[in-house]
Design a protein around this ligand. Structure first.
Ligand SMILES: Cc1ncc(COP(=O)(O)O)c(C=O)c1O
Length: 385
């Protein structure tokens, strides 16, 4: 006898959560597991948050979010992303990018609709699609392609029920960055088959080696069929403040706002006041990215020095997606043994979709000392294997 709906019961708990319950039980563990910045929130944002508390800014804001913040976001989107968004009705401030994703799916999907999800992908996409009574359809991204999409494979999966395609660049867990031509390929399919694109751009600034970030919503014909989602978590070490935003056509944003209005009312007020200082905090982001880059080089070189492991150089985010296929061990088992026998926590690639089998996600949002210690332990563990 259960009081929980079948639809919710059928959705598995996040593999990351499951794994970290195991980590919590273990002693002397070096963790390259979690995907969140280890830096403090930039001082201008922190100070603005403190000031907002002292000013007693503790009431709800507009359902859409503070107009002043929406205006600043609109300016950023126009300058940096080539997206023209009216702050009055084309930007919705949300409780993290997470809420924006959920609202996007719920606003556009009918029961039985399909959403094409290139994978390995962030763990929330499939469950959010399921919660919206729709069906995710996987399409693989491969190491040999630097984990970029093959647009022709996306098109092969388009059916009468396809409603949307997810674009996530830079990608969690692979660190893959889509080039302009890949995004153009997706845009072409969206236009041909009248689909919506949901573009998760949360790692936009975490990009290396002169790679460039493109917003697919700025491509010709895509402005009204793209929901661009972004937030402050990764770029501004802002995860716990819980703030994100979405921009799309007035019709989509108004209907996402309708759901948000009933379930959330408004995004956290103190966090919105802190976020007003995001432009002033960009120099902190630049310093963080420089440090992530050093860690990235250290981790990737170190992994490639360990016999049995290989790792392509990720171009974005803060994850290395290492190939462990030579060990012949499934990634979940590998993660469990690495934790118990090697004292290192990392996330099995299979958590992120079937194409993640045979890989491990190592996060480099930790200090270089931690990375060095982890590499030493992984090396010893692999020798014993
Ligand atoms: C690709 C991606 N999208 C969205 C999120 C959710 O971020 P938040 O809700 O903190 O903005 C994450 C968090 O790890 C992520 O990796």
């Amino acid at each position: 006898m259960t009081r929980v709906s079948k639809r919710v019961r059928d959705v598995p708990f996040s593999g990351i959560r499951k794994f970290f319950d195991l980590v919590a039980e273990s002693k002397d563990v070096v963790s390259l597991g979690v995907g969140e910045p280890d830096f403090p929130t930039p001082a201008p944002m922190k100070d603005a948050g403190i000031q907002a508390i002292e000013m007693d800014y503790s009431a709800y804001t507009s359902n859409y979010g503070l107009l002043e913040l929406r205006e600043k976001i609109a300016e950023k989107l126009s300058k940096e992303n080539g997206l023209a968004a009216d702050p009055k009705n084309q930007i919705l401030v949300t409780t993290g990018t997470s809420e924006a994703l959920d609202l996007a799916f719920r606003a556009i999907l009918e029961p039985g609709d399909e959403v094409i999800v290139p994978e390995p992908s962030y763990v929330s996409y499939n469950p959010c699609v399921w919660f919206a009574h729709a069906k995710p359809v996987s399409v693989p991204m491969r190491e040999e392609d630097n984990f970029r999409v093959r647009p022709e494979e996306i098109e092969e999966r388009v059916s009468k029920r396809t409603k949307a395609i997810i674009v996530a660049s830079p990608n969690n867990p692979t660190g893959g960055v889509q080039h302009k031509e890949h995004l153009e390929g997706i845009a072409e399919i969206a236009l041909k088959h009248d689909l919506t694109v949901i573009s998760d751009e949360l790692y936009e600034y975490l990009i290396y080696d002169n790679e460039r970030h493109y917003s697919i919503g700025s491509f010709k014909g895509m402005e009204d069929r793209t929901i661009t989602i972004n937030g402050f978590s990764k770029a501004y070490a802002f995860t716990g403040w819980r703030l994100g935003y979405a921009t799309a056509s007035p019709e989509i944003i108004e209907n996402m706002m309708k759901i948000h209005q009933y379930i959330m009312l408004s995004a956290p007020t103190i966090a919105q006041h802190a976020a007003l200082k995001f432009t002033e905090s960009r120099r902190y982001t630049k310093d963080m990215v420089k440090e992530y880059d050093r860690r990235r080089k250290l981790l990737v070189a170190g992994l490639n020095d360990i016999p049995g492991i290989s790792c392509i150089t990720p171009k974005g985010a803060f994850y290395a997606f290492a190939n462990i296929k030579k060990t012949g061990i499934k990634s979940e088992k590998f993660a469990e043994r690495l934790l118990k026998e090697g004292g290192v926590a990392a996330v099995p690639g299979s958590t992120f979709g079937p194409s993640g089998e045979g890989y491990m996600r190592f996060s480099y949002s930790v200090s270089r000392e931690t990375i060095k210690e982890a590499l030493e332990r992984i090396g010893k563990f692999m020798k014993k294997l």
